[in-house]
Design a protein around this ligand. Structure first.
Ligand code: SF4
Length: 728
C-alpha cells in the first residue's frame, strides 16, 4: 500500500491554503501505521525534513526498498507530529527524474558549459588537485564554502581541517543577520533558529513584516493558531495584507521604509504613559533615560506623517500591548535586510520587548536550552586559520558581501575557490552580475547539490549529493524549550550515483592528505560514536527519532533562574555601549529612505507557503499546485496601466534590468499602491529542471542594487524600484 497522489495534493492544499502549517496524519498514512503492526514489511526510519531549515522530525515509511510515505514524529518540538505541505512533498525530491545522477565536469566555459559525465574518482581527483594547487599558491583561506543545509556540516569540517574559516551562509547577510545582531546587541542573545518566541502563550503579538504562515514554519504556525484561538491580540505592520495580517486585530499598512518611525512612536507612547514593566526596566536594563530623551520627539503624530499609520492606532496598540505584558512578542521577519539600517530597526523591536519585560518570560521569549553535540572523539585540532571575511564590525558570520569583494579585488587576500553547497547563489544573493563577476575570477567553482540549480552553469565540477532521506548526517540538537537530540538515518540507499556528504568529504580529505580528520568508516559509525560521547543510546534514538531531556528544561526566569544577560553591562542594553564604541548610533535613529520615482513601484518579495525559495519549484507535486508566482498590484495602479488579473507582464528596474521571464498579474487591494509584491524563488534559469524552468519571475534578478548595513554587512534589497511592461 502506498500514499496516493491525491493524498499528496490534499496535504499540500491543507497546508498552503489553511495556513495550519501541517496536517493530521491522513487516512492512508494512518492505515499504514495500523498496518505496521499487521504488516511488518513497513519499516519506520527516523529523519528530519530538509525541505526547509525548520527540520521537523519525521519517519520515512519504507517497503520493498521504496519510501511510500513521510509521517510527522509526534515527539517533535519543531513539527508537533505534523509536516507541512512542502515537507510531505519530500518524496518528490527523492524520486525526481531531474536529479543530478553522476558527477559532471564542465569542458566548456563558465556560463556556457559543456557537461561530461565522469566517475567519482575523476571528479574528486579533479577537485583535490585544484584545491592543492590553490592552497599552495594562496593559502587555505583562499578556499570558501557557501552553505545552506544540514549536510553543510561535513563541508565545514573539511574547510576547517584545511585551515580555512571562510564559511558563508547567505542566510546571514542576505536574510536574518540584521535581526540576530539587533537582538544580540540588546539582550546578549539572538533569537536562534527555530526562534525562541513563546507564541502559544503570548497574549499580544506585534509582527513587523513577518509573514508567518506564508513563511510556513511548522511549529510556529501551529502555535499561532493556538494563541489566536485563546484570544491573543495581533497587530501586523506590513504594506501588504499578508495571510496572517488578514487575521489581525490591527493591520497597519505602513509606507515601505518607515517602519522604524512607527516603532519609535510606540516606544515614545510606552515611556510617556509609563506603560513599561517598571521592575524589569529598573533592575535589568541600562540606558532608559537616554532612550526616553532620544524618542521624546517621536510622537505618534510625527510617525503618522512619515508612515501613513494613524496616530490613534499607535497609541491604542501601545496601551493594549502593555495591558498584556510580559506575555508580549514583538517580532520582525526572518528576512530582515530591507533598507541598510536594519540592525537599528531590529534594535527598536528588541527594545519594545525589553520595555514589556518579555525576555525570559512566559508568552514572550523563552530561554533557549543549552545543549550541543560533541565532536567525533579523537579528531586532531584544526590548524589555525586566518581571520575570515566578515568585513563589518558586528558581522557574526563571514558575509557574502565581503566574499564577493575579496574574490573580485583580492583584498584583503585572494579567494580562488568556491564550494557552493545546497544553495542557489544566483537566486540568494542580490546583484547577480557581481556574483557572476566574482565567479569568473575563481580558479575553481564546485557545486554540490541534489537537483540542478541556476548557478550550475558557472561550475567547473558538479558533485551529486543524495537527498536527506538517503543519508546520515550529524546529530541535530533542539535548543528549544526542552533540550533534545534527533537522528537522521537513511531510509533507502542513495539513488543513481549520488553520495552523502560524509562520504564525499572523507574521500576529498584522503586525497588532500588530511585523512586523520575523517577516521569514520561510514555515517552510521559516526553518529554511533557521537551518541556514545553524549551518553545516549543509538538504538533508542533510532526507535524514537528524538530523545528529549525535560529534566534539563528551564525556559523562563524565576527564583532558581534569575535574569542574566550576556552583554558588556550584564543587563539589557537599551542604550548600546558596543554600538557607541564602534561609532554607530547607540539608540535607533530614524532615517528617511527614497520613495519610488514617478511611474515606479517599490519591489517587495516574500515566501509562498508551498515552496521553499527555488529549492522546491521543481518538485512536480508542488509545481502542479503552485506553478508560478504572481505579481500583486493595487487596483488603482492596475487601472492606470490597463492591467487585469491574469495578464502577463515583465518588470524593468531602476538600473534597466528586465526580468527574464514573464509574471502573472494579481490585482488586489491587499497591497498599497506604491509597491508591488511577488513571492521569491521563481524565474529559474536551469533548463534541466523540466517543471521549474522559465516559470514566473525572479525578484533577485531585479535586486541589482542593495544597501549595505554598515553594522553587520546585510544587503538591504527593498531599495529597488520597478516599472511594469505589459507582455506583448
Ligand atoms: Fe519540512 Fe515543512 Fe517542517 Fe520545513 S516546516 S522542515 S518544509 S515539514
Amino acid at each position: 500500500m502506498g500514499i496516493s497522489r491525491r493524498d499528496f495534493l490534499k496535504f499540500g492544499l491543507l497546508t498552503g491554503g489553511l495556513l495550519t502549517g501541517g496536517y493530521k496524519i491522513s487516512e492512508s498514512v494512518a492505515s499504514l501505521r495500523g498496518s505496521k503492526v499487521a504488516s511488518p514489511q513497513y519499516k519506520y526510519v527516523p529523519n528530519l525534513c530538509e525541505v526547509c531549515f525548520w527540520n521537523c522530525n519525521l519517519f520515512a515509511v519504507v517497503t520493498n526498498g521504496k519510501i511510500v510515505a513521510l509521517e510527522g514524529n509526534p515527539l517533535s518540538q519543531r513539527g508537533r507530529g505534523m509536516l507541512c505541505g512542502r515537507g510531505n512533498a519530500g518524496m518528490s525530491l527523492v524520486y525526481n527524474p531531474d536529479r543530478l545522477k553522476k558527477p559532471l565536469l564542465n569542458t566548456g566555459k563558465r556560463g556556457d558549459p559543456k557537461w561530461r559525465e565522469v566517475s567519482w574518482d575523476e571528479a574528486l581527483n579533479f577537485v583535490a588537485d585544484k584545491l592543492k594547487d590553490i592552497i599552495s599558491k594562496y593559502g587555505p583561506e583562499s578556499v570558501a564554502l557557501i552553505s545552506h543545509g544540514s549536510g553543510g556540516f561535513w563541508w565545514k569540517h573539511l574547510l576547517n581541517a584545511l585551515g580555512s574559516d571562510n564559511i558563508f551562509a547567505p542566510s546571514f547577510a542576505n536574510c536574518r543577520g540584521a535581526r540576530d545582531v539587533g537582538f544580540l546587541l540588546t539582550f546578549g542573545s539572538d533569537c536562534g533558529s527555530p526562534e525562541n518566541y513563546d507564541i502559544e502563550n503570548s497574549k499580544f503579538l506585534l509582527l513587523v513584516g513577518y509573514h508567518i504562515g506564508e513563511n510556513a514554519h511548522n511549529s510556529h504556525v501551529q502555535e499561532f493558531m493556538i494563541a489566536l484561538s485563546k484570544g491573543a491580540k495581533l497587530a501586523v505592520l506590513d504594506p501588504r495584507l499578508s495571510n496572517i495580517a488578514s487575521k489581525a486585530n490591527w493591520w497597519l499598512p505602513v509606507k515601505p521604509g518607515t517602519d522604524l518611525a512607527v516603532l519609535l512612536a510606540l516606544i515614545h507612547v510606552i515611556i510617556k504613559e509609563e506603560l513599561y514593566d517598571k521592575d524589569f526596566v529598573k533592575n535589568y536594563t541600562v540606558g532608559f533615560d537616554k532612550l526616553a530623551e532620544a524618542v521624546k520627539d517621536c510622537t505618534p503624530e510625527w510617525a503618522e506623517k512619515e508612515s501613513d499609520i494613524p496616530a490613534s492606532a499607535i497609541v491604542e496598540i501601545a496601551r493594549e500591548m502593555s495591558a498584556c505584558k510580559p506575555a508580549v512578542c514583538a517580532i520582525g521577519g526572518r528576512f530582515s535586510v530591507w533598507y541598510g539600517d536594519d540592525v537599528q530597526r531590529n534594535r527598536a523591536i528588541a527594545i519594545i520587548n525589553a520595555l514589556m519585560g518579555s525576555w525570559g518570560r512566559k508568552g514572550g521569549f523563552y530561554l533557549r536550552a543549552s545543549i550541543s553535540v560533541p565532536k567525533y572523539p579523537g579528531l586532531p585540532p584544526y590548524p589555525e586559520a586566518k581571520p575570515p571575511l566578515t568585513g563589518y564590525p558586528f558581522a557574526l558570520l563571514p558575509t557574502t558581501t565581503a566574499l564577493r569583494k575579496a574574490t573580485i579585488t583580492g583584498d584583503p587576500y585572494p579567494v580562488k575557490a568556491w564550494i557552493a553547497y545546497s544553495c542557489n547563489i544566483i537566486q540568494a544573493i542580490p546583484s547577480i552580475q557581481e556574483t557572476i563577476e566574482a565567479i569568473h575570477k575563481l580558479d575553481l567553482m564546485v557545486v554540490v547539490d541534489i537537483l540542478p540549480s541556476c548557478h550550475m552553469p558557472y561550475a567547473d565540477v558538479v558533485l551529486p549529493e543524495c537527498s536527506y532521506l538517503e543519508r546520515y548526517d550529524n546529530l541535530f540538537v533542539d535548543r528549544m524549550k526542552v533540550p533534545a537530540v534527533s537522528l537522521r538515518a537513511p531510509a533507502i540507499e542513495p539513488l543513481f550515483e549520488s553520495r552523502p556528504s560524509w562520504w564525499i568529504c572523507k574521500e576529498l580529505g584522503r586525497r588532500l592528505g588530511i585523512e586523520a580528520y575523517f577516521p569514520w568508516k561510514d555515517g552510521e559509525e559516526y553518529v554511533k560514536k557521537v551518541c556514545e560521547a553524549m551518553n545516549i543510546s543509538f538504538d533508542e534514538l533510532y526507535e524514537k527519532g528524538i530523545i528529549l531531556f525535560p529534566e534539563r528544561a528551564n525556559p523562563y526566569f524565576g527564583p532558581n533562574n534569575p535574569p542574566h544577560f550576556d552583554t558588556p553591562s550584564g543587563k539589557v542594553e537599551l542604550y548600546s555601549s558596543q554600538l557607541a564604541e564602534a561609532g554607530f548610533d547607540p539608540l535607533p535613529k530614524y532615517t528617511k529612505h527614497p520613495e519610488p520615482p514617478e511611474g515606479f513601484f517599490r519591489l517587495l518579495s516574500g515566501r509562498h507557503p508551498l515552496h521553499t525559495f527555488s529549492r522546491t519549484i521543481n518538485y512536480p507535486i508542488l509545481n502542479e499546485l503552485v506553478p508560478e508566482n504572481e505579481l500583486w498590484i493595487h487596483p488603482k495602479r492596475a487601472k492606470e496601466l490597463n492591467l487585469k488579473s491574469g495578464d502577463y507582464v515583465r518588470l524593468i528596474n531602476q538600473d534597466g534590468v528586465k526580468s527574464s521571464f514573464k509574471v502573472k498579474v494579481k490585482v488586489t487591494n491587499r497591497i498599497r499602491p506604491d509597491c508591488v509584491y511577488m513571492p521569491h524563488g521563481w524565474g529559474v534559469k536551469a533548463k534541466e529542471l523540466r517543471w521549474a524552468y522559465g516559470k514566473g519571475a525572479s525578484d533577485n534578478e531585479l535586486y541589482s542594487t542593495y544597501k549595505v548595513d554598515p553594522i553587520m554587512g546585510g544587503t538591504g534589497m527593498r531599495v529597488n524600484f520597478v516599472k511594469i511592461l505589459k507582455e506583448g
